[in-house]
Write a protein that binds this ligand. Structure first.
Ligand SMILES: [Zn+2]
Length: 463
């Protein structure tokens, strides 16, 4: 029998003795030993509540079950697995589908007996009830709003149609536009440039005449697109079918954070954040505006070289023009850059996870050891620190599953479509100019000899 043990403790519970991970683990190991079972994997989840199944170890467990690596899932108590009847029902269904039995070390849920089957039937009935109750609660909230004279939402959000009974249908054409907006944002476009592109393509929003900065931002921040329904302060997860995956949604939110940090740091100057000094090992360059001369220039804070924006942009635009129009030039510039794939080394990360796990076991053993002089709070703090690291790694791993690396060929195709780049750039305001440049470049390094009128040369990496 290949047994997987699953132990979980939430942040609140960590302080309570009986729930501690070491205690759960000891009990589960002893249970397996008494049954003559072999433990093939231990899934230890700390600092996670049971409110949903979105927990790293739970996800891993389900993955391994689907691979057929597990015969039995053993927990200390049912509530370690989940506190939601609905989630339990879904879990049990998955277990059944992959021929996995489920056991609790302290309670009787043996699904191979009549009693066990009755239990499952009850769980199913309760899950159904929970589901209906959930829908009812939402409806109740909406009815209340209607009574108060507020119509729910006024109209359905773009991509969806909610009828008067609150049933939801996806409008496929609109859903595709939503997905495109998410995709473009990940590709480096900003709100404004996405809006422009959609307007150019003749794609219309539902009510307004055209897309703009705000309507794009609203779509990119609305978690209705991953199935969440918000009504006042009520939040219902998985209320309706999603249009974008949770991974993509999270990626966009993270990217948005990054960009706003960038923006804050770089302020209003077009090239700050992008431009670095090649003479000083890529030191950042800072923009300023000279009121007397009415000119913007950039200064390297290290070597103090000052260069006028106009001169840099001139070289830069010429460069972009060449990249767009000549595939040969593009390839000669970049084929070497993309030769070595910059993919995330998943196996190194997995090894790192193993290491963290081993380290955590050491802390657990200390925890169980009555003669150990380290205070328990300190051990918790150390374990929590490792948990944070673990979470980060899981996040990176899930991102790399999502990320399909753009090949150099695809990069060229994307960039070569910007045929009117120069014209667009020249007509744009500073904000959009910046977005346009950020959509192409990741970093620009400028080299220049000291002294007036010396030629500028540029080196850069693409987004
Ligand atoms: Zn410098």
């Amino acid at each position: 029998m290949k047994v997987a043990i699953y132990a979980r403790v939430s942040t609140d519970e960590q302080a309570k003795e009986g729930f501690s991970i070491p205690a759960q683990r000891e009990r589960l190991r002893a249970f397996c030993a008494s049954q003559g079972w072999e433990i093939v994997q231990e899934y230890i989840e700390e600092g996670w509540s049971a409110k949903d199944l979105e927990r790293p170890q739970m996800k891993q467990l389900l993955k391994d079950i689907k691979k057929g690596n597990i015969d039995i899932v053993l927990v200390y108590r049912l509530d370690r697995l989940t506190r939601s009847v609905l989630d339990l029902y879904l879990l049990l269904q998955t277990f059944e589908k992959y021929n996995v039995a489920f056991r609790s070390a302290t309670e009787v849920y043996d699904t191979s007996t009549a009693m066990g089957r009755l239990f499952i039937t009850l769980v199913a009935a309760l899950a159904q009830w929970e589901r209906e109750n959930l829908a009812e609660r939402v409806r109740f909230g909406i009815e209340q709003m209607i009574d108060e004279g507020k119509k729910p939402g006024g109209h359905s959000p773009y991509g969806y149609k909610f009828d008067k009974d609150f049933n939801c249908t996806i409008i496929e054409d609109e859903a595709n536009v939503v997905r495109m907006i998410y995709r473009m944002y990940c590709d480096g476009y900003g709100y404004r440039s996405i809006a422009d592109r959609l307007n150019e393509l003749g794609i219309k929003p539902r009510i307004a005449k055209e897309w703009n900065h705000n309507s794009i931002r609203d779509i990119l921040t609305n978690d209705i697109y991953i199935g969440t329904y918000r009504w006042g302060n009520k939040v219902v997860l998985n209320n309706h079918p999603p249009i974008v995956s949770e991974a993509l949604f999270r990626k966009v939110q993270k990217e948005k954070n990054n960009r706003s940090v960038d923006r804050k740091r770089v302020g209003k100057f077009i090239l700050t954040g992008l431009l670095h000094c090649g003479n000083c090992n890529g030191h950042k360059m800072q923009g300023s505006f000279d009121k007397r001369e009415q000119k913007t220039y950039y200064r390297c804070l290290k070597c103090n070289r000052i260069t006028h924006e106009k001169n840099i942009l001139e070289s830069l635009l010429a460069e972009v023009q060449q990249l767009i129009t000549s595939k040969e030039y593009f390839m000669s510039k970049f084929s070497h850059q993309f030769d070595e794939p910059k993919t995330i080394d998943a196996s190194a990360l997995t090894k790192e996870l193993e290491k963290i796990k081993r380290q955590k076991e050491k802390w657990y053993d200390l925890y169980m050891d009555d003669n150990n002089p380290i205070p328990k709070e300190e051990l918790f703090a150390k374990i929590n620190e490792l948990n944070e690291k673990e979470k980060e790694i899981y996040e990176t791993l899930s991102e790399c599953e999502l990320e399909e690396k753009e090949s150099i060929e695809e990069k060229y195709n994307r960039i070569s479509k910007m045929t009117d780049f120069k014209q667009q750039f020249e007509q744009a305001d500073d904000f959009t100019k910046k977005e346009l440049l950020f959509s192409i470049f990741e970093k620009i390094v400028m080299y220049r000899e000291k002294g007036r009128g010396k030629k500028i040369s540029l080196d850069y990496t693409l987004k």
